[in-house]
Write a new protein. Sequence first.
Lengths: 289, 289
Amino acid sequence: MNVQTIKKTNLFSQTAKIKSDVILGDCFDILKQLEDNSIDLIVTSPPYADQRKDTYGGVHPDKYVDWFLPITNELLRVLKPTGSFILNIKEKTVDGERHTYVIDLILNMRKQGWLWTEEFIWSKKNCFPGKWPNRFRDSWERLLQFNKQKKFNMYQEAVMVPMGDWAKTRLKNLSATDMKRDNSRVGSGFGKNVSKWVGREKAYPTNVLAMATESSNKQHSAVFPKELPAWFIKLFTKEGDTVLDPFLGSGTTSIVAISLDRNSMGIEIKKDYYDLAIKNINQEINKTI
Amino acid sequence: MNVQTIKKTNLFSQTAKIKSDVILGDCFDILKQLEDNSIDLIVTSPPYADQRKDTYGGVHPDKYVDWFLPITNELLRVLKPTGSFILNIKEKTVDGERHTYVIDLILNMRKQGWLWTEEFIWSKKNCFPGKWPNRFRDSWERLLQFNKQKKFNMYQEAVMVPMGDWAKTRLKNLSATDMKRDNSRVGSGFGKNVSKWVGREKAYPTNVLAMATESSNKQHSAVFPKELPAWFIKLFTKEGDTVLDPFLGSGTTSIVAISLDRNSMGIEIKKDYYDLAIKNINQEINKTI
DNA sequence: GTTCCGCATGAATCGATAG
DNA sequence: ACTATCGATTCATGCGGAA
C-alpha cells in the first residue's frame, strides 16, 4: 500500500495577519481537498509542454490538454464567482509549427464552464537570444484571463500608469470652452469635459504588459518576474484576499502576495522547489516584520 | 441572368518594371481565376467580424469562419510553396468574452493544409481609448503567419533594426568580465560574448512589432500603417516578387509593394475603395518616376 | 525655419434605452 | 425576453496654425 504523506507548511505574518500555506504534492490531488468558492485569484505559470524537462516533469505537447483539463476543472470549483484565473502560457514550436495545445485548451476550458474574458500579452523586453533561419526570437507570452461569470472583482485604479505627455502640456492653460461640457463642435462621441482632467497624472494601462524577465542568477528556472503576479494581484484582489498558485515553483507568487498583504496558498510537486519556496517565503515574511 | 462585369486595372511603373493589378470584385470569385503557385506573399487585413451590418461587409462572429475558409482554401492554392501568408486579425469581445472565431479559424486552416508557423504581435501604441468596468483598452492585434511547407523564403537581414540604447551604453565601457565568455553568473543559456557586439549597429528583431496606427488626418485613412506590410514584404519577398492582398481597401499593400519594387495584385469588393485605391496607387507610381 | 500648442480622430466596449 | 441603437468613456498621434 502506497501511503503518501502530504507535507504542509503554514506560515504566518504576525504584523499583517496574513497566512501563507505551502503544500507539497500533486496539485490535482491537493485541489480536490479545497473548499468550493474559496479563492479570489489564481495566478500561475504551469510547466510548459516538454520544456525544462530536467527540472519540471515535462508533458508532451500532444498530451498537454488532457493533462491540464482535470486541474482547470478543480480550479473552476475552488475559485469564487467573483474571482479571476490568470494563466501564463505560450505554445512552443513543434516540427516548425506553433503547436495548438494552447488554443485547444481555451476551447476545452470554455466547455468546462470557464469564460475566456481576455488575453493579455506579456512583451518581454529581454527575451532569450538566438537566431534561426525561419523565425525570430520569441519575445512574448500569453496571459489568459478566465472567469466564472461576467461580473468579477477588478480594481483598476491599483495599476494605473503615468500618463503620456499631451496631458501635462494641455492642462497647463485651460481655455474657457474647456471648462464646460463641449459636445457641439465634435460630431461623434468625444464629448469632453477637459477640466476634470486637471491634476490627473495617471492613465489606465492597456492589455499589453512590457516587463523584463528576471534573468539574473537564481538557482531555479523561474520564468516570470515578480512584477507580473504583482500586477494581477493588485488588479484583481484587495488586501486580505486569497491568492492561489497551483504550480508554485520557487515561491514567487506567494512572496508577492505576502508583500501585498494578501493570503496565499501555493502547491508544488517537487521537493526541491517546495523547500526552496519555503525558504524564500520565510525570508519575505521576516522582511516585513 | 445576372452578368457581372469585372473591372480590372493594370498599372505599370516604367522605371522599375513593376506591375500592379487592381481588381474590383469578390475575392473568392477572383481568386478562382488565378494560377496555382503564382504568389510569393499574401498580406491582408480582412474585414473584422462585426455584428453591425451597415459597416464594411460585416460578417457575424459566429459565421466568420464559414465565410473565410473558402477564401483561405483558394489562397492556399495560389501561393507558391516557398511563400508566406500574413493574416492581420483580432477577435472582438462578444457578451463579455473574447470570441473564439480566430482560434477556430487557425484550427480549420490547418485542416486545409496550412501550417501555422508563427504568431507575431502588433502592439499598437495608440489604441482606441475608453474605459470599462471589466477590461482595459485593447492595444494589440494578431499577425498570423501561415505557410505551405516548412521551408519558405525569409530574408531576415532586410528587417534588422537599430540596436537599442542598452547596447550603446553598455558597450561604452566594457568591463573585464565582459570581454570573455561569461556563462557562470547568468543562469540558463544567456552565454554572452559582449565584445563581439562592438561596431555592430543592427540586431535582428523579435516577433513583437510596436507600431502606431496611422489614424486620422491623413488623406487616405489607411487601415494599418504602411510599416506593417512593408516589414513583411521586406522579410518574405525580394525585388520582382509578387504580393497579393485579397482585401485591398484603400490600397496600402499595393502602394508599399510598388515602393519596394515588388509586383502586386489587389482585390477589392467595394467600388468606393477600389476607386480610392487606384487613385492612391497611381499617385505612388508617379512618385517613383 | 524651428518649436510649440490645440485639435480631431480612431478595426472599441459597456450599459441603458427603445422597438 | 431579445435585439438594435445610442451615449459615455478615454488617450496617443500627426497635422496645421501660432509664437
